[in-house]
Design a protein around this ligand. Structure first.
Ligand SMILES: Cc1cc2nc3c(=O)[nH]c(=O)nc-3n(C[C@H](O)[C@H](O)[C@H](O)COP(=O)(O)OP(=O)(O)OC[C@H]3O[C@@H](n4cnc5c(N)ncnc54)[C@H](O)[C@@H]3O)c2cc1C
Length: 436
């Protein structure tokens, strides 16, 4: 049996692929509801998202959502804006839009045009994502567009993000040689898939995956079942303790966030546990606002140096039936030796968020909910993973081991499933037990 600890999108993506391949699986989820950081909350007439707000409806995502009601926004309406010089500017999606943009000076545009030449220079060892983007695009485009976008994607300050573990692998995966080329349409990096949200909220995606798992193997998914400890019985055999009893497994995949993974790994791999335990998780502090009307597009990012206490805002309320709400993401209240911190007083945070939203959009706003999620920081603390070694039969899968976005998580789950299925087939043909 393969034991998957965690019923977030990573664990479910792996679980679906394995049960489809006929492998015996148990997915253990600590909470009553699957989805992990993908959480949807109903407050009065509003559907509030506490994690991702929406996702790209790629063919893979839409296949999972088949049969469920979904709202779609066509690419023509999926505009993001940038606040620069106190004004909202559309984020350019093509070379002509970039050249026309009033958010960047002529000098800034000319500097960015040098990227194909700069790209030929050797990589700087130990560079941060900010170093890489500034060097490629110049500091103006970095501060206006590239820095805020990347910071929002990883929930971290690009000065702290390690380029070798984030930007460079993402460029390789997406086939981007230069950002200028990607913007000019020279790569498939800018997906045209529509933006979608399941009608029941984002939690519809993990629920759909959970149903797929149960369709193939009715008892494979155990919710409300936290794994308390993992023991190694002998090579290739593990025992997982839960409040409802113990389960034996030949393979254990931990899809839990770094702190929980470190606790579970402690008895079986103390050094790896210490390394993973030292990874930083950043707060993503958000305030949901009720607003009488919503601006065009799907949100805005704040350019660096604007002096606002927020990183940006997002809204999907133009999608049918989701009420008029926007979500504002706050700047950390402080950055200490342990990384960024959230505001001590949620009421202050709520007032600040509403005032900033109104200052940018001119639309009055009433705060209705405050939430602080945590996201892997992908910062220099990731160097702790150098030389990580795990016992045979233990695997890690999560938003701190590969691309954190939902499409990346789905792909990583499917890819690990292929590896595990191949390993089982190889093992069976080697030990003579038949089925290749
Ligand atoms: C605020 C926020 C906004 C985001 N926005 C976007 C976005 O717009 N687009 C996008 O593509 N991605 C976005 N992401 C990233 C993406 O949502 C996450 O990377 C992804 O959902 C993480 O899934 P996961 O399964 O790896 O981890 P998690 O969701 O953390 O799942 C881990 C699961 O393990 C369970 N667990 C923990 N301990 C135990 C235990 N002992 N036993 C059993 N189960 C346990 C937890 O309950 C949880 O369900 C966002 C993330 C956050 C936090």
């Amino acid at each position: 049996m393969i034991a998957i600890v965690g019923g977030g999108i990573s664990g479910l993506a792996l679980g679906v692929s394995l049960v489809r391949a006929g492998v015996e699986v148990r997915v253990f989820e600590a909470k009553r509801e699957v989805g992990g950081v993908i959480r949807t909350l109903s407050v009065g007439e509003h559907t509030l998202e506490l994690g991702p707000q929406r996702l790209r409806g790629t063919p893979g995502v839409l296949a999972h959502l088949q049969g469920r009601a979904i709202h779609r926004v066509g690419p023509e309406h999926a505009r993001i804006f940038v606040v620069r010089g106190g004004t909202l500017h559309p984020l350019p999606r093509s070379l002509p839009e970039f050249l026309r943009s009033r958010a960047i000076s002529v000098r800034g545009k000319a500097r960015a045009a040098l990227e194909p030449l700069v790209a030929l220079l050797p990589a700087q060892p130990g560079a941060s994502a900010a170093d890489l983007l500034r060097r490629r695009l110049g500091s103006e485009v970095y501060r206006a567009f590239a820095g805020p976008l990347l910071g929002g994607l990883y929930g971290s300050d690009p000065e702290e993000i390690d380029a070798e573990r984030t930007v460079r692998p993402a460029m390789r995966t997406l086939g981007i040689r230069t950002f200028a080329g990607a913007i000019a349409g020279g790569s498939s990096a800018l997906p045209e898939a529509p933006v979608v949200v399941p009608a029941e909220g984002m939690v519809g995606l993990p629920r759909a995956l959970a149903e797929e798992v149960r369709d193939f193997a009715p008892h494979a998914l155990l919710t409300d079942t936290p794994v308390r400890r993992v023991h190694r019985l002998d090579p290739g055999r593990f025992l997982l303790e839960t409040p409802a009893g113990s389960h034996e497994a030949e393979v254990v995949v931990l899809t839990t966030p770094p702190p929980a993974t470190a606790r579970l790994l402690g008895p079986v791999a103390p050094t790896a546990a210490e390394q993973i335990g030292s990874l930083r998780m950043n707060p993503i502090e958000m305030v949901h606002l009720e607003v009488p009307e919503l601006p065009a597009g799907l949100g805005f990012k704040v350019a660096f140096g604007e002096g606002l206490p927020i990183r940006g805002a997002t809204w999907s309320g133009n999608l049918d039936g989701r009420g008029r709400t926007a979500v504002v993401y706050l700047e950390p209240s402080r950055v200490g030796p342990d990384g960024p911190g959230a505001h001590a007083d949620p009421t202050d945070a709520m007032t600040m968020a509403a005032e900033s939203f109104t200052a940018v959009t001119g639309i009055p706003a009433h705060p209705i909910h405050h939430h602080c999620a945590r996201m892997p920081a992908w910062d220099r603390s990731w160097r702790a993973l150098d030389g990580l070694s795990l016992p045979d039969g233990i695997h890690l899968l999560g938003s701190y081991t590969g691309r954190p976005g939902i499409p990346g998580r789905l792909a990583a789950g499917a890819s690990l499933a292929r590896t595990l299925v191949e390993a089982r087939h190889r093992g069976r043909s080697q030990d003579g037990s038949g089925v290749p």
